[in-house]
Every structure is written in structure tokens, then in C-alpha cells.
Ligand binder design. Structure first.
Ligand code: 7PM
Length: 290
């Protein structure tokens, strides 16, 4: 639970300081033709479906989302990487469409330096890199943007990460990786205040690894950075109960509450309306007077 008494209290985006005393919700707007849960509703036959994008964004912003996460390169296990220009075209159209209509922070889900720079110029509020700035030139590009950056742990790459992931201690290895990436960022001029840490649920982890990370999330939160978690509709749910992606809302809400109790500050979810209610219940409990 994010005790208001300690830990990070705010995240600074250009033109907005977001308070972290209550967990924040990040709505997922996957603009890839093959996003695993909404099956390319927002982007298909290489055209951005602007109406669908705006409707989804409107619902999420109205419900209280603090961020909308826009990603143009699928990170589905086995996904082939997309060309830089294709990724650029997908995300820039969506960023422009959102920026013109909504007052909400855009989180840009990319590992590509050129896309980071273009996204920053187009007004995104945070870089969300599932590869923790490990691509050539990514640290330098992120430093140049001046934006906050979410560093996520992934073992291997999307093509191979789920082929028998192994750890001696998944929590110790994830926290060591995040600290090591933070040190690289600091050396490149990205101050610690700009860094958000994410354990990367489902990215090179077995179900047991994922549940161990969730159970021991306080150890990740103890690093002192804002914690972002992506648990929504993920396959760790299907490893326990037989539900396809469209039937995973109750379990996703249960995982969101467990993550908040464990110290998560930002919840990356598909279902913003419902998750905001879980945040309200969590906050009512956390803020109850002694
Ligand atoms: C296929 C597999 C499609 C996995 C989509 C996914 C995270 C993220 C994603 C996360 C951060 C999904 C993922 N997951 N960014 N982007 N943390 N920071 O389930 O857990 O949305 S893509």
C-alpha cells in the first residue's frame, strides 16, 4: 500500500506534476493490428481507426485515467518487429488525435530512439520502454527528451522470452536489473526523479515467477521509485482459471488491488472504468483515519 508517509509522492511530466499519493490508472490504447486483447480494433488494414481511438480514449479519460498508453510495436510473444517508419506512422497519428481532443498524459510505449524523439516533440508525457532503453541509442534519445521514463524488466526478447524462463530468485534479479538500468540512465543525465520501475509481468516469466513478483512487490517498491505494473488480462490469470482475454476483468481487478497493496503507483489496464472503482476502494481504506 502506498503509505502517504513515505516513498515517491509525485511524477513530473512536461506541464503537469502528477500526485502519487493515490494510485494512478493508465489506459491501454494499442494501435497495433495484432494487439492481443482488442484484436486491432484501433488499427487495421494499415489505417488508424480514428473514431474507435477517440471513443476508447474518451471513455478512459472520462473515467479518470491519468495516462493513455500508446504503442505501435506489438510485444506479443513471437511477434516480429515492425519497421521504424511503420511504428512512427502508427503512433504519431494516434498521439496527434489524442492531444487535440483530450487533456491527459500520453505514455509512449516504444523502444525505438527515433520514435521517442518524435513522440516527445509531439507532446507525449512519458516514455514507456519494455526494453528499458537497451536498444542502440535509446538512453541518449530518452535523455534528450527530458521526459520521465518507465524502465521495465524483460528476460530475453518477445520472440523467445516465454521459452522456459529461469531465475535463481526472480525478485532479486528483477530489482538488480532495474537498479543497473537506472545507473546507466543516471550516467547519461537522466535523473532518478524521472525514472519509473516496472517488474514486467509476463515478460520472460512463468506464472510462478509472476505471482512471486506480485507477492514480493514491496521489495521492488523499496527501491524508492514509482512502480508501474501491467497485469491486466495477462496469461498469468489463465494459468489459474480458465478464462479467455475477454473474461479476465474480475481477476484483473483482484490483481490490481493486490498490486496496490504491494505498493504499485501506476496501474496499466484495459478496463479503466472498473479499475478506478478498485482504486477508490483502496484509497478509502488507505486514507481511513486511525
Ligand atoms: C502481447 C503480449 C500483447 C503482451 C501485449 C502485451 C506492459 C507494457 C505491455 C507492462 C509496461 C500487454 C502487453 N505490457 N508496458 N506493455 N508494463 N510498462 O499485456 O506490463 O499489454 S504489452
Amino acid at each position: 500500500m502506498t503509505d502517504p508517509g513515505y516513498g515517491p509522492t509525485q511524477l513530473v511530466c512536461p506541464g503537469r506534476e502528477l500526485s502519487l499519493t493515490r494510485p494512478l490508472v493508465m489506459g491501454i490504447l494499442n494501435v497495433t493490428p495484432d494487439s492481443f486483447s482488442d484484436g486491432g480494433v484501433l488499427f487495421n488494414d494499415s489505417n488508424l481507426n480514428v473514431d474507435a481511438l477517440c471513443r476508447a480514449a474518451e471513455t478512459m479519460v472520462t473515467a479518470g485515467a491519468s495516462f493513455l498508453d500508446i504503442g505501435g510495436e506489438s510485444t506479443r510473444p513471437g511477434a516480429l518487429s515492425v519497421s521504424e517508419q511503420e511504428e512512427m506512422d502508427r503512433v504519431l497519428g494516434a498521439i496527434d488525435c489524442i492531444k487535440r481532443r483530450f487533456d491527459v498524459e500520453i505514455s509512449l510505449d516504444t523502444s525505438t530512439p527515433r520514435v521517442m524523439l518524435a513522440g516527445a516533440a509531439a507532446g507525449v508525457g512519458m516514455i514507456n520502454d519494455v526494453r528499458a532503453l537497451t536498444r542502440e541509442g535509446a538512453v541518449e534519445a530518452a535523455a534528450k527528451t527530458g521526459l520521465p521514463v518507465c524502465l521495465m524488466h524483460m528476460q530475453g526478447d518477445p520472440l523467445t522470452m516465454q521459452k522456459g524462463p529461469q531465475y535463481l530468485d526472480v525478485v532479486l534479479e528483477v530489482t538488480a536489473f532495474l537498479e543497473q538500468r537506472a545507473a546507466v540512465c543516471n550516467a547519461a543525465g537522466i535523473s532518478r526523479e524521472r525514472l519509473v520501475f516496472d517488474p514486467g509481468f509476463g515478460f520472460g516469466k512463468t506464472p510462478k515467477h509472476n505471482f512471486t513478483l506480485l507477492k514480493r512487490l514491496p521489495e521492488v517498491a523499496a527501491l524508492g521509485q514509482p512502480i508501474l505494473v501491467g497485469l491486466s488480462r495477462k496469461s498469468m490469470i489463465a494459468s489459474v482459471i480458465d478464462r479467455d482475454t475477454s473474461q479476465r476483468l474480475p481477476a484483473s481487478l483482484a490483481l490490481a488491488v493486490l498490486a496496490m497493496v504491494g505498493g504499485a503507483h501506476i496501474l496499466r489496464v484495459h478496463d479503466v472504468v472498473e479499475t478506478m472503482d478498485a482504486v477508490a476502494m483502496m484509497s478509502a481504506c488507505a486514507e481511513a483515519s486511525l
